[in-house]
Design a binder for this molecule. Structure first.
Ligand SMILES: Cc1cc2nc3c(=O)[nH]c(=O)nc-3n(C[C@H](O)[C@H](O)[C@H](O)COP(=O)(O)OP(=O)(O)OC[C@H]3O[C@@H](n4cnc5c(N)ncnc54)[C@H](O)[C@@H]3O)c2cc1C
Length: 418
């Protein structure tokens, strides 16, 4: 099915085998909050052995050198596993190699591709999520270093990462030397007289976005708090304060003003991978709920034979087929013409929008088909029902995907997108 090549089927089979090895650990991860460190390390080692780690990085850097379709096939299988255990098949930043300096390659990217270091992203802030341009974090040049200030929200994997990408706006004034948390880190937000938006009291930053590499731990970087989230995964999403954090000039990624470009590139990639993982989750849910519905008897017949349950199964597998077709075609289009970035941007948004919303509907039906069992945390449907909700929020909400798609539709026409 789907016209996969022998190489595609090979890597898909390896990724599926890996996912099947992880599934038995799900309930322990759910009930304990996380797996022991040696087990997690063994999973990462296994992902590397099976060639499903860093599939999105070039072979000459030690990555898998896979096509976009193959990357999707791997992430789809990773998505079949709950509690983010499939994240062991990690995808380090694929936008990084063309702009990384030799020093950045050797200190950050290459060890990440080897599985020795882990990254995280500190972009979102209390007042800047969907609208990344509204960030208030600042970067101030000071001799041969930069001084970074800001408070970042939802920094996924901060507890496991060795370094983070920190996005800020350039501030040309002298950095504030006094280590005053309230004045420097948490600039009082005042309503702007003209826009009603918040503005920073402690000096103005230019609109130029910059991205930095910050080693973890570093002086001035501290966790404000670690909120609990709906899912149970070992990767936490704390609120993190950066207070007068000094990084060498060598830690600026690319050139000044490029910060947003890299974020967009990453969003495009990650949206497609979110779509892949959601499709994998739906595949697992459809398989599990149809097996249960075929064996569970009610009124003397399998519940699958009752029309109302059969309808839920039929709708779910139909939507799964539609999602997977969209997903694979989006990946193939990128492989055919990687230079058509605008179309890829919109189609990756379409894939994320459709696959994440589809997976949410399938998870809801799966809970219903399992009945009371579907409300137990030991049941895959219950876990996915909670876990999949965030797929409509992170890496750009469903509303933001719709805005991107509609903007391209109205400016470029339907034939450019579908
Ligand atoms: C579990 C989790 C992990 C995350 N991990 C990271 C991470 O590692 N690094 C990181 O930097 N960020 C991370 N995020 C942040 C995530 O990307 C943002 O939550 C997301 O982009 C939405 O931003 P927001 O939460 O500020 O919502 P808001 O932007 O405040 O949006 C609130 C609502 O308004 C809607 N809305 C906003 N603007 C528009 C508009 N223009 N048109 C229509 N509707 C609009 C949204 O769709 C949403 O429904 C994470 C979030 C979560 C929940």
């Amino acid at each position: 099915m789907y016209g996969l090549s022998a190489a595609d089927e090979d890597i898909q089979a390896r990724a599926r085998a890996f996912a099947d090895e992880l599934i038995p650990f799900e309930v322990e991860a759910e009930l304990s909050g996380c797996l022991p460190g040696d087990v997690t390390a063994a999973h990462k080692k296994r992902a590397i052995e099976l060639g499903v780690f860093a599939t999105n990085l070039p072979r000459e850097l030690g990555g898998g050198g896979c096509t976009t379709l193959q990357q999707v096939l791997v992430q789809e299988q990773a998505g079949r596993v709950t509690n983010a255990l499939g994240w062991a098949a990690a995808t380090p930043p694929s936008w990084f190699p063309p702009v990384a300096t030799h020093d950045q390659l050797s200190r950050y990217l290459l060890p990440t591709i080897r599985g020795e270091r882990e990254e995280c992203y500190a972009i979102t802030e209390e007042g800047a999520g969907s609208d990344v341009d509204a960030i208030e974090a600042t970067a101030c040049p000071d001799g041969d270093s930069w001084v970074l200030n800001g408070v970042k929200w939802h920094v996924t994997s901060f507890n496991t990462a060795d370094y983070c990408f920190f996005q800020a706006k350039k501030k040309t004034e002298e950095p504030e030397r006094a280590s005053s948390f309230h004045s420097a880190l948490r600039p009082e937000s005042l309503p702007d007289e003209t826009t009603g938006m918040k503005r920073v009291r402690s000096g103005s930053a230019s609109g130029e976005h910059l991205l930095f590499l910050v080693d973890l731990p570093s002086p001035g970087v501290s966790v404000v708090r670690t909120p609990a989230y709906s899912h149970t995964i070992s990767h936490h999403h704390p609120i993190v304060a950066f207070e007068n954090v000094r990084v060498p000039a060598a830690n600026l990624v690319g050139t000044e003003g490029d910060g947003m470009r890299y974020s967009r590139e990453w969003f495009r990639f990650e949206r497609l991978m979110v779509a892949a993982r959601c499709t994998g989750a739906a595949d697992r849910l459809v398989a599990e709920m149809s097996a249960f519905a075929s064996s569970r008897l009610a009124g003397g017949a399998p519940i699958a034979a009752h029309g109302l349950v059969a309808g839920m199964l039929a709708d779910s597998v139909t939507e799964l087929f539609a999602a997977r077709s969209l997903l694979y075609e989006t990946a193939r289009a990128i492989d055919r013409d990687p230079s058509d970035v605008r179309t890829a941007h919109a189609q990756c948004s379409m894939a994320k929008l459709y696959c994440s919303e589809m997976a949410g509907r399938v998870a809801d039906r799966a809970v219903q088909v399992f009945g009371g069992r579907g409300y137990m945390r030991e049941n895959v449907a219950e876990r996915f029902f909670r876990e999949l909700r965030v797929e409509r929020i992170w890496e750009g909400t469903s509303e933001i995907q719709r805005m991107i798609i509609a903007r391209q539709l109205t400016t470029r026409g339907v034939s450019s997108l579908a």
